[in-house]
Design a binder for this molecule. Structure first.
Ligand code: NZQ
Ligand code: ZN
Length: 392
C-alpha cells in the first residue's frame, strides 16, 4: 500500500429536509456577508433559492447574488464574481447547484484571496493556497466537488478547460438533500451517475498493489452506483436510490476510494475535459463516450485489475482466463452505460471531430496533463488521437 494523506474537512448534513439547515450553518461558520452563487435557473424554478433567501433574511445575514453559472463554468463569470465580492466585502460563498456552481465558487474564492490573475492557478503558474470559505447546497449528484479539492474552469477566451487542486477550496459544509435532485432531467441524472462511477474507476485502474480494503470499498461503491442508477431509469422519484447515488457521489471523489493507490489513471477525464472545452458536451456523457476506447487500448497492461473489475463489479462470470474476462468486463461496462442512456461513442455523443480537431484535442490533452496522461499506460499524443479515432 502506498503512503497517503486523507483529508476531508467538509461537514456533511445529509437527508430529507436538510436544506432547511443552511441558514443556521452559515451562522455557525461565521458568515458575515454572503455571495449567493447559482446556475441557470433550475434552483429558482424549484423554489429552492427563494427558501434559501428566506433563511438568510431570518438569520440576518446580508448577501449579494450572482447567478448564471453554465455547465462547464466560465472564467468570465468567475472574474465578475471576484469583482463583486471585492466590492461588496463578501467573506463567504454559498454555492447552490452542482459541480459547475461549486467550482465557480471555488475559483472566485481563490481569486479574491490570492489576488493577481485567477487563471494563473489553472495555467500552472501558481498554486492556490487560500480560498474564501465555501458552503454548498447540492442539487445534482455528480462531480463530487462538494467534498473534493478539485476545481475545473473553462477559459472562454482560449477555450481551454483546466483543473486545479487545492485543499483550501474544499467546502466547509455540504447540505445534501436527495429530494432536491428529483427535478433533474433523466439525461442529467444519468450523466451524474456516470461521472460518479468514473471517479472511482479512475482510481481503481492503477499500478498499485495490496489495497484490499480500498479495493473493497471501491467495488462496493461501484456496484451501488450501477444498481441504483438502473433503478432511477425506471423510478426517478425513488428517494432511497437518489440518496444512495448522492452519498456515493461525495465518497467517490473525496479521496476515500484512492487511499493507498498510486493516485489512479485519470486519462479518461483528461480526454473528456478537452471534448468539453471544444464541444461543450456534458461531462459524464463525454467520459462514457471515450472510456471503452481507452480501456481497449490499455487493459493488457493490467489484465488482473480489469479481470477483477469484470467479476467483482460487472458480475461477469470467469471466462477461463484473465484476458477474456477483462474484455467481457469492458463490454459489460459499456452495456451498462447504454442501459442508462449514456453514449459509448463520439457519434452517440453527437459530435464528429475532424482529423484536424483530433490533432488539436490530443495536443491540448498533453498540455493540460503537462506530459503523458495516464498511469495504467502513459499515453503518447498518438495514443490519445487513436483513442478519439477509435471512439468515433
Ligand atoms: O444551471 P441550472 O439551471 O441549475 O441547470 C443545471 C445544469 O444545466 C442542471 N441542474 C442541476 N441541478 C438540477 C438541475 N436541473 C434540474 N434540477 C436540479 N436539481 O444540471 C445541469 C448540469 O449541472 P452541473 O453543475 O454542470 O453538473 P455537474 O455537477 O455534473 O458538474 C459538471 C462540472 O463539474 C466538473 C465538470 O468538468 C463540469 O465542468 N467537474 C468537477 C470536479 C470537481 N470539482 O471535483 C470533478 C469532476 O470530474 C468534473 O470534472
Ligand atoms: Zn468527473
Amino acid at each position: 500500500m502506498h503512503e497517503f494523506t486523507y483529508y476531508t474537512p467538509t461537514k456533511v448534513v445529509f437527508g430529507r429536509g436538510s436544506e432547511a439547515k443552511t441558514g443556521a450553518l452559515l451562522k455557525e461558520y461565521g458568515a458575515g456577508k454572503v455571495l449567493l452563487h447559482y446556475g441557470g435557473g433550475s434552483a429558482e424554478r424549484s423554489g429552492l433559492l427563494g427558501r434559501i433567501r428566506e433563511q438568510l433574511a431570518a438569520e440576518r445575514i446580508p448577501f449579494v447574488e450572482l447567478g448564471g453559472v453554465m455547465p462547464n463554468p466560465r472564467l468570465s463569470l468567475v472574474r465578475e464574481g471576484i469583482t463583486l465580492c471585492e466590492g461588496e466585502g463578501v467573506d463567504f460563498i454559498l454555492a447552490v447547484g452542482g459541480g459547475s456552481v461549486i467550482d465557480s465558487a471555488k475559483a472566485i474564492g481563490y481569486g479574491v484571496t490570492g489576488g493577481g490573475d485567477v487563471w494563473d492557478f489553472y495555467d500552472f503558474k501558481r498554486k492556490a493556497e487560500t480560498c474564501l470559505p465555501i458552503g454548498a447546497v447540492l442539487t445534482i449528484a455528480a462531480a463530487g466537488s462538494e467534498m473534493s479539492n478539485f476545481c475545473v474552469i473553462t477559459n472562454d477566451d482560449t477555450w481551454e478547460k483546466r483543473g486545479t487542486k487545492s485543499d483550501a477550496g474544499r467546502p466547509r459544509f455540504a447540505v445534501m438533500d436527495p429530494e432536491l435532485t428529483m427535478t433533474l432531467p433523466p439525461y442529467q441524472t444519468a450523466c451524474g451517475c456516470a461521472d460518479i462511477l468514473m471517479h472511482t474507476m479512475e482510481r481503481y485502474f492503477n499500478h498499485g498493489e495490496n489495497m484490499e480494503l480500498t479495493d473493497g470499498i471501491a467495488e462496493a461503491l461501484m456496484r451501488t452506483v450501477i444498481r441504483n442508477a438502473g433503478i432511477l431509469v425506471k423510478e426517478p422519484e425513488n428517494y432511497e436510490a437518489r440518496a444512495e447515488i448522492m452519498w456515493a457521489g461525495s465518497l467517490s471523489h473525496n479521496g476515500l476510494t484512492g487511499c493507498g493507490t498510486d493516485g489512479g489513471d485519470w486519462a479518461t477525464h483528461k480526454l473528456e475535459h478537452e471534448l468539453g472545452a471544444m464541444f461543450d458536451v456534458a461531462h459524464g456523457a463525454g467520459l462514457t463516450a471515450v472510456w471503452g476506447s481507452w480501456a481497449r487500448l490499455v487493459y493488457g497492461e493490467r489484465l488482473d485489475r480489469f479481470a477483477k473489475f469484470a467479476t467483482n463489479v460487472m458480475n461477469v462470470p470467469w471466462q477461463g482466463n484473465e484476458r477474456e474476462t477483462a474484455v467481457c468486463g469492458i463490454y459489460a461496462a459499456e452495456a451498462f452505460f447504454r442501459s442508462i442512456g449514456m453514449p459509448v461513442t463520439l457519434a452517440e455523443l453527437g459530435i464528429a471531430p475532424t482529423e484536424e480537431q483530433i490533432d488539436a484535442l490530443a495536443e491540448k490533452c498533453m498540455k493540460s496533463a503537462q506530459g503523458m496522461p495516464g498511469i495504467v499506460k502513459k499515453l503518447s499524443r498518438e495514443d490519445i488521437a487513436g483513442i478519439y479515432r477509435a471512439a468515433m
